[in-house]
Design a binder for this molecule. Structure first.
Ligand SMILES: NC(=O)c1ccc[n+]([C@@H]2O[C@H](COP(=O)([O-])OP(=O)(O)OC[C@H]3O[C@@H](n4cnc5c(N)ncnc54)[C@H](O)[C@@H]3O)[C@@H](O)[C@H]2O)c1
Ligand SMILES: O=C/C=C/C=C(\O)C(=O)O
Length: 487
């Protein structure tokens, strides 16, 4: 049997194949896709040192427009290998081809182009302060790179979320060491090839594959020369990383877990709300931090809404990524499916009414070796049920009735998470009023996952620390100083 393809590390402008290997398994049918090199502590240390050295090299002398031009070249490189990146993302995640083509790749390209352009357009503050002696103080802001940024990404939107951080980090003159998820290493490996071919100076972009604790992830966060960690992943991982960087008082940007709510009022556009909640609950097989897992529906339309969402869920096609009309792929791995199935069992123990789903489909073909689950809807659980409080990260939601605004606001806010919320109502006065009182970072009204990359993105409570997007990213990835001149 031919040896599986190997995804190398990329350190200081060189591809490295030396090291222990780990398997990358297809969530569609369980076959071996390729292997990746697991970076050991010495390799991670070399990557961080290369990034640190590169700050003093040519990259440190690039102007903002020169950095922006290079990032546009990277975006051009991704565009030129669009189909290769789609194939890599689809192979690792099992997502429908159309999803990778319409979301993951366009956003990866946009993440570089947007922050290249925002960096060039960025204008900083200055001010004059008259002095009692008739003199003047002239203050102005100077923006410098933070230094070496550790970028650690999750598996649910692998390329989108890696480049969401890479774009601004590089635009602001930092150097980076990236650690993609062990579940989805392929598109990051392609990105290293694009960086190399675009002429990104050696050491500016480094890629290490591996796991978290006791592996590349932890080695990276504990490296003394890193100046900041930009992390997207589970809240408990965020806590672990916070501990790892605490002694060094490093800058951190965390985009963490969620247990997001959708609120549907009786006056909502019913069909739009059903379609919107079906999308926000089952999109990417429920593997988006912004996905809805708690649905609150005003009592007069509750039964009708449950029936309509059931019909939507049962109409979703689970299939191979390239199948015509496929809506949902598998979960990212058998291991993650075990976690989701454990909540399917827990829901029954907690007394849920299973409206639809709650089991694995039987295809009778290779997909039975994959990680598919059926889209699932529950009702009847109390607000304190673990299935209503804990992030499941699968195609599942619980629907509960409510009677008034104050009640539903209290229940929506009664969560350890605070990432996103979708409000469905045609009374925009109510929408604006509630949007200000919901304890989340992102509120959509009559929409979900509609994005403008200039807006602040992030969560409160266990859902994260800081905001990225637009000037928020430029600020996070900059060391900002003030210069005060007496005139
Ligand atoms: N808020 C957001 O924008 C957002 C976006 C996507 C995913 N997420 C969250 O991510 C989770 C799913 O992704 P996941 O399973 O990959 O998360 P995860 O926390 O298990 O892993 C994320 C990344 O962190 C690495 N890692 C794990 N432990 C580490 C440690 N101790 N030190 C350093 N690195 C470590 C992993 O190898 C991986 O690359 C969900 O909770 C989801 O809500 C949040
Ligand atoms: O799974 C979480 C999705 C995060 C999405 C973004 O960070 C984005 O759209 O920029």
């Amino acid at each position: 049997m031919s040896r599986p393809a190997l995804l190398p590390l990329y350190i200081n402008g060189r591809f490295e194949e030396e090291g222990q290997r780990f398997d990358n398994i297809s969530p569609v049918d369980g076959r071996l896709l390729n292997q990746a090199v697991e970076a050991d502590a010495a390799q991670v240390a070399r990557a961080v040192q290369a990034a640190s050295d590169a700050l003093q090299g040519p990259w440190g002398r690039y102007s903002v427009p020169e950095r922006a031009a290079l990032l546009h070249k990277v975006a051009d490189g991704i565009q030129a290998r669009f189909d290769d990146f789609v194939a890599a993302e689809v192979a690792d995640t099992g997502r429908p081809l159309h999803l990778a083509r319409t979301l993951d790749l366009p956003r990866a390209i946009a993440n570089f182009r947007t922050f290249a352009d925002l960096a060039v357009a960025q204008v900083d503050d200055c001010c004059e302060t008259p002095q009692a002696d008739g003199g003047l103080l002239f203050n102005y802001t100077v923006r410098k790179p933070l230094g070496v940024v550790a970028v650690i990404a999750p598996w649910n939107l692998p390329l989108l979320l890696l480049t969401w951080k890479l774009g601004p980090a590089l635009a602001m003159g930092n150097t980076v060491v990236c650690k993609p998820s062990e579940e989805t290493p392929s598109s990051a490996a392609l990105l290293a090839e694009v960086m190399y071919n675009a002429g990104v100076p050696a050491g500016v972009f480094n890629l290490v594959h591996g796991f978290g604790p006791g592996s590349a992830g932890e080695f990276l966060t504990r490296a003394p020369q890193i100046s900041a960690v930009s992390f997207t992943g589970e809240s408990r991982t965020g806590s672990a990383i916070m501990k790892a960087v605490a002694d060094g008082v490093k800058d951190i940007s965390f985009e963490l877990g969620g247990k997001n709510a959708a609120v549907v009022f009786a006056d909502a556009d019913f069909d739009a709300a059903v379609a919107g909640v079906a999308r926000s609950s089952f999109f990417n097989t429920g593997q988006v931090c912004l996905c809805t897992e708690r649905v609150y529906v005003e009592r007069p339309i509750f039964d009708r809404f449950v029936a309509a969402l059931k019909a939507r869920a049962e109409g979703l096609k689970l299939g191979y990524p390239d199948e015509d009309g496929v809506d949902l792929g598998p979960l990212v791995s058998r291991q993650h499916r075990e976690k989701v199935l454990s909540y399917f069992a827990l829901a029954r123990e907690e007394g849920a009414v299973v409206i639809t789903g709650g089991e694995t489909p039987q295809f009778g073909d290779a997909r039975d070796q994959g990680a598919y689950v059926r889209p699932t809807i529950w009702t009847g659980l109390p607000d304190h049920a673990r299935c209503v409080r804990e992030e499941i990260f699968g195609p599942v939601c619980h629907i509960a009735p409510f009677d008034d605004e104050e009640e539903v606001l209290r229940r929506v806010n009664d969560s350890p998470y605070g990432l996103a919320c979708a409000l469905w109502t045609q009374r925009l006065d109510r929408a604006h009023r509630l949007a200000r009182r919901v304890q989340v970072g992102i509120v959509w009204v009559n929409a979900w996952y509609a994005r403008d990359l200039r807006t602040p993105f992030g969560g409160s409570k266990l859902s994260g620390l800081g905001r990225e997007g637009g000037r928020h990213s430029l600020d996070f990835y900059s060391e900002i100083s003030n210069v005060c001149v007496k005139l």
